[in-house]
Design a protein around this ligand. Sequence first.
Ligand code: FES
Ligand code: FES
Length: 160
Amino acid sequence: MSATTEIVFMLNGAERRVGVPSTMSTLEMLRDMLGFTGTKYGCGEGECGACTILVDGASVNSCLMFAVDCAGRQVTTIEGLANDPCARVVQDSFVKHGAVQCGFCTPGMVVQSVHLLATHPHPDELSAQRAIEGNICRCTGYKKIVDAIVDAGCAVGDRS
Ligand code: FES
Ligand code: FES
């Protein structure tokens, strides 16, 4: 059995203390060890964005980050955004615009959108396109997702 390292970090606002193998990815820790399956495994190579999470407020492909590097960090998954006002606006907008089909890409898209809106509350179409350029969707053709993000930005901006 490979040696593990104990790490302490904040996951969705709660302190976690876990022992992780040195080669385990953050995605594997979240899904397989901690049961946070809202974060999806798509490619495992940083190409699809299905595994997007927030680490200290930055969007990260969790398949490319070692779990040990979560030590001392603030990690947020799609589950941690369940009561986030901005995420709710984004999710409502995705529904309104028909931006969800199979839904596999949706958690990563929502996390990426929330990250964008945190710094750009009124994104234009180009900003929305750039924000999700690392997120692959096999179903929607992207236009509905971009429309949903831009529209969500209007709603988020209206609230401030
Ligand atoms: S699973 Fe991480 S980018 Fe595809
Ligand atoms: S809705 Fe199916 S991959 Fe995006």
